[in-house]
Ligand binder design. Sequence first.
Ligand code: 5RP
Length: 225
Amino acid sequence: MELKELVGLKAAEYIKDGMTVGLGTGSTAYYFVKEIGRRVKEEGLNITGVTTSVQTKELATELGIPLKSVDDVPYIDITIDGADEISEDFQGVKGGGGALLFEKIVADHSKRIIWIVDESKMVKHLGAFPLPVEVITYGSICLFNRFEAKGYNPTFRKNADGSLYLTDAKNFIIDLHIGEITDPKALAEELIHYTGVVEHGLFLDCVDTVLVGTADGVKVLEARD
Ligand SMILES: O=C(CO)[C@H](O)[C@H](O)COP(=O)(O)O
């Protein structure tokens, strides 16, 4: 079994009847959502899902998982999502799949967050993976130029056909190729203050548990210990 599937199935064990569950986005979260769909159908699992992207909403709907908008629940009990990089001190980069904005809104509304990754995502310091920044389309070239002047090596995210990628909220993504991020908190603070930046992919001090798929099985890392 693929490591992504292994952690996706393991994560589903954390879901109990009656929970409101944040459903993440990406190829790892896919296996989790599929398993939740199976349990809803075959075992009568009674949960309410809150999705983090149009892609996950379509999958969850197809699987028959009851859904609500994040605006219609008082809180989310637990959110299971993927990540692109997780540092030794449990800071994360997300948004490789383009869903960082909705993922962060759902994360902010969640009592517990579990990230599911294969071991290739666990790093000493963040920065090998490009850092996504979601920006409104108006003025995005001005922002791009400012990032370039800062030495952040920006690139506009594009689709396979070369057109500019649009997020679910109809914004652009500028990926920053910064290299090692020595002070993620300072960078997060800087990025969010550029006019036109909607959100960035630094997810700091938010994860509770990380499930890491390894060749020897799933490792459970508690971030708050
Ligand atoms: O943040 C994300 C989407 O915006 C994903 O969780 C992240 O990109 C990991 O995806 P995958 O499990 O496919 O590697």
